[in-house]
Ligand binder design. Structure first.
Ligand code: SIN
Length: 486
């Protein structure tokens, strides 16, 4: 098998595939996928893609993004996202992608929380991510190496030359002049999450092991409306667009209690609604539901076919029956620090785009449906940067091909303990004392005889906890509960 390429891309979500599609076919490009290509967060994205509807909407999209981000966004990153977004969407449409339209072909825009106007495009009703993923895969001119776990980055003197991988129990190196990380976030660190099973923070951990900076790692987003009952690892998301189009969050008595926390009620930013649900459950000990009675059965089935199918399969008669909900981990605002061209800071020829990256675009709380747009916009920028800096130098293909043991016997027990600890103490509401306790436990786990993959998870968990401890006051998704001093 060929082991040397012009460009290696790690990940098959919207960012990885978009970067690949924006590269010239004359380059040799390999995409590395940990599992099947569809096991990525893009595939499971329901609601849609936020995009300014016209030039006048761009500053409004900027404002909504900044406001949801709680004043912590990078203004230039937000302006880039919102102003380059319409072109990225038009490019997708020009390639042949079909968003949902009305009978005469006008694009349909829906509303989601914290957007001041309807600007969310969708496809297949509530299957936007799946439709985009399939479409991008169909256009792809480059090969994908499946079932391939990246175990390390090959870095020497601050330059990246490729990755070490495990494929079919064989460890070997793949060399490349340019390496793009587009591997998604950190969902599997948490007990309850909406992410694909492949999303387990490996690349973020590898970056930490090379002292590559992660930024804003305390900023973890919890989606307010997930169905978390049942044994599936990935919890069923109940799209924000349900609330945008009339679904209500109610308690057992049918009371819309979110208004007691924020005058915008169910349409307040995600962090606000998640905390309201979490606190209400804690305070009353009662169940919280998503009430779908605003929808007629026919319209619901047509507009939200995937949610209809999934919930019916589980045994709920929707929209007639209300669904028990809980917040669940959904998205990492924090990630590998990059500039606005996707360059990983202080490492040559290494790039990151999409959820794994942190450009500062989401601040302390991502605005709903900005992530697919981020994947499109910033992946295109990465491809442009690669093309602009590409040269024909020879690669030094002489890195060791030995690797630590990836998994050890006791890892599963510790992995589950970690997921429980992260959910309970580094989740929606955090306290200094319990964060310290969790940090000590994570440090202790790191000293045990564990496999490399668990070690990478622990490194990232430790980073999240340390970042949470450093930010002493609440901001956006990072909420510190005041502790009474004795
Ligand atoms: C959703 O459909 O609620 C998810 C959209 C997003 O995460 O932006």
């Amino acid at each position: 098998m060929k082991t040397s390429y012009d460009v290696l891309i790690i990940g098959t979500g919207i960012a990885g595939l978009s970067a690949a599609l924006a590269l010239p076919k004359s380059l040799s490009v390999l995409i590395v996928s940990k599992d099947y290509a569809w096991e990525c967060n893009t595939f499971y994205a329901q609601g849609g893609v936020a995009v300014a509807k016209d030039a006048a909407d761009i500053p409004l999209h900027v404002n909504d993004t900044l406001e949801a981000g709680a004043g912590h966004c990078d203004l230039e990153a937000v302006k880039t996202l919102c102003s380059e977004g319409p072109r990225a969407i038009q490019h997708l449409i020009d390639m042949g992608f079909q968003f949902d339209t009305d009978d005469v072909g006008n694009l349909l825009y829906t509303k989601e929380a914290a957007h001041s106007t309807n600007r969310i495009l969708h496809a297949g009703g509530d299957a936007t991510g799946r439709y985009i993923h399939l479409f991008l895969m169909q256009q792809l001119p480059f090969p994908i190496l499946y079932n391939t776990q990246v175990t390390d980055l090959l870095i020497d003197h601050s330059t990246c030359y490729g990755v070490r991988v495990s494929n079919n129990d064989r460890i070997f190196n793949l060399y490349a002049k340019k390496v793009v990380i587009a591997s998604g976030g950190v969902g599997s660190l948490y007990e309850y999450h909406t992410n694909a099973k492949t999303i387990s923070a490996d690349m973020q951990g590898i970056c930490l092991s090379h002292s590559i900076a992660l930024r804003d790692m305390e900023m973890m987003q919890f989606h307010p409306t997930a169905f978390v009952l049942g044994n599936s690892v990935r919890k069923q998301l109940l799209s924000e667009s349900l609330r945008g189009e009339g679904a209500m969050v109610v308690d057992e008595e049918g009371k819309r209690f979110v208004f007691e926390y924020d005058p915008r009620g169910e349409l307040a930013p995600r962090d606000v609604v998640s905390r309201a649900i979490f606190k209400h459950k804690q305070a009353t000990g009662k169940e919280v539901y998503l009430d779908l009675s605003a929808f007629s059965p026919e319209h619901f089935k047509e507009r939200f076919p995937s949610i209809y199918f999934n919930m019916t399969n589980i045994g709920y008669k929707v929209p007639e029956q209300r669904i028990p909900i809980s917040p669940a981990f959904h998205y990492a605002m924090g990630g590998i620090a990059t500039d606005l061209h996707g360059n990983v800071l202080h490492v040559n020829d290494l790039y990151a785009a999409g959820e794994c990256a942190n450009t500062g675009v989401h601040g302390a709380n991502r605005l709903a449906s900005n992530s697919l747009l981020e994947g499109l916009v910033f992946a295109a920028r990465v491809a442009k940067e690669i093309i602009a800096t590409f040269d024909d130098r020879k690669l030094p293909c002489a890195f060791s091909e030995t690797e630590e043991v990836l998994m050890k016997e006791n890892d599963k027990v510790l992995k589950n303990e970690l997921r429980h600890l992260m959910w309970n103490t580094v989740g929606i509401i955090r306290k200094t004392k319990t964060l310290h306790r969790s940090l000590n436990r994570v440090e202790a786990m790191l000293t045990q005889p564990i496999g490399r993959l668990l070690k990478l998870r622990l490194l990232v968990s430790r980073e999240i906890i340390i970042s949470a401890l450093k930010r002493k006051t609440s901001l956006g998704a990072h909420y510190m509960k005041e502790e009474k001093t004795l």
